[in-house]
Design a binder for this molecule. Sequence first.
Ligand code: ADP
Ligand code: ZN
Length: 737
Amino acid sequence: MRTPDIHDLLKTRFGYDEFRPLQAEIIQTVLDGRDALVLMPTGGGKSLCYQLPALCLDGLTLVVSPLIALMKDQVDALRANGVAAAFVNSTVPPHEARGTLAEGRAGRLKILYIAPERLAVPGFREFLGSVDVSQIAIDEAHCISEWGHDFRPDYRNLHVLRERFPAAPVMALTATATAQVRDDIVRQLAIPQARQFVASFDRQNLTYLVRPKRGAFEALLNLLRQHADGSAIVYCLSRQNTEDLAADLGDEGIQALPYHAGLDPAVRRTTQERFIRDEVRVVTATIAFGMGIDKPDVRLIVHYHLPKTLEGYYQETGRAGRDGLPSTCVLFYGASDRHALTGFIEQIEDESERARARHKLQRMIRYSQLQTCRRAYLLDYFGEAYDQTTCGGCDVCRSEREEFDATEIAQKLLSAIIRTGERFGAAHVIQVLRGGRGRRLRESGHHRLSVHGIARDYERDELHDIVSLLEDAGLVGRSADRYRSLAVTPSGREFLRRREPLTLTRVKPLEDDAPQPRPGLDHLDFDRGLFDRLRDLRWRLAQARNVPPYVIFGDRSLQEMACYLPQSREAFSGISGVGRVKLNEFADDFLTVIRDHAEPLGLAERPRTRRRTGRDRATRRQGSTYRQTLDLLLSGLSISEVSQRRQLTEATIMSHLERLIASGETLSLERELPPQERLTRIEQAFADTESWNLAPVRDLLGDDFSYQELRLVRAWLDQQGRMPGDGSDSNAERPPA
Ligand code: ADP
Ligand code: ZN
């Protein structure tokens, strides 16, 4: 069997135009029969790496995953694309599981999801003896390692799969792996030859913001209103916090449900389900929420309280924007949370564990107080260098900096540190400066110091910021023990003695924290009103089919529909996310809504201008399918000769040719063109219909003209920069208002 072109499959089966980074290389590795270890961040697109090869290979692809709650959603999504997929796990009644396995034995399944426990079930071992497995995918592969955070003893049995099917390539996938865990995976699965793929952990579509804790509730309301058309998760520190906050939001007219481990399992399940199905938009949660959720369109993640570690923070924010669309992550930071967490940590009994926790919290606090790029800091923490000087996608990079005269406040702070004996942490010193009268303060007699109350006009958090700045400037140091007590450094003393002026630079708080497109990211200008109507339709179709809405179409697909206004099946099929099966299933419903919206407003279809940059790379890359077609065409072969040589249909070669032209290649098409008389009629028909669409042109010309012929003429016109209509580019419509 010849291997189908993987780019074609990407479009026809999954509806996508382009691979995400590394996907194509990983897929090719499996198709070459080699094992692979895939490290990608959440949202990197791991599933496609084994799902697409599953369609190329003859036998069954087994996917092992510990996340039982996700299996059904994944299988629903595959089935919506016409892929024969199923799952067996403890939630499936035995007779159903038997039926599924019978399907597998009969060769009617392409992908079967199982939980690792299944391997120990005798009936399943028997099944493995009677089925042809051609690929083994191990999802969440870090679960095999005791060094990881999610060890599953059952994962230790997975090597039996390798032994039972020595010829089937194994793909291990994970989003979290230190070098130690990585080695463990390779060793435990016995895949020493696996090619290792490590994607960048930079989530380009996420914007990272840190806000002061002061006025956090008002700020949260604003954020939720700004992101009113997407889902949001608000992470809180305690169970009680989640319930209180949900109630407070409810009072402000924003429906939110709390989620934490103390709730009844049935309640938790329903909340999760309602969130996934877009029945409730906001969930206030402890970190117990999220593991079992694959929702691709979470647009906002808020940390209402300070997380304990950057690992946790990165993982939780990673749940935003899996679909690659712009999404926002906001952390509220204030001194009170810092104290609460420090308090928890000091209760940890084990000495070394306590030290580790303290160290991790310090890094988290440092992140919150940064005056440099937050993305760069995050990536550095995970061992990845970030070479841009500004990311454009964090509050620090987006803010202006301001210089301020810090001479007086620095003198006050340093004096207070000295007067209190350099034995106290920032919180105490700041209380003294602000004229506090707490018990500890009175007991220490510090309310009688001359520095008491000399900085009343400063906010507490503001003073904390200045302490950090003085620390950065080398005038203040902190002890390494748990008290983090402040001391004045020799240069600090020098500064006091000489009474020098001091200028510090601080980040001006961002006035406008509305989500903004980041430079270099794809941004669509779409019609909001239509988008909302399409979302309603998606929701109704999903309810009727009992699946989550994103299984029907992702937000990106709806945005494209609301931007390009496709009005024929042909144009609809060009939308991202529309593969063959979804075209047949959903085109009519969506086209009706689009036409109903467009017609009264007199809006015409817009050609889906190809994204040049991405495509240029795809078409130029050595060895890419486009490159191969291009080389053959340039060597003088005709379309039909290329199609024979490459064993691809003429329609496929034609689609390559269109894409090559769109990305700016020049090809001589003259000798492929129909005779002059037919050419003139086709040109005229494009002009008459004033559109790039083939269907109306064909209607006008009749069956005597093939689509292939029309596509070729269209490509030729495109190459010459001639648009349908009056010969100018009048039909390149303006974006809808
Ligand atoms: P991960 O498992 O790495 O977190 P997923 O496999 O769940 O990521 O993919 C995240 C989202 O990206 C899904 O909604 C998926 O459909 C989408 N996706 C994957 N590959 C592509 C692609 N090549 N083009 C567009 N969307 C993609
Ligand atoms: Zn930045």
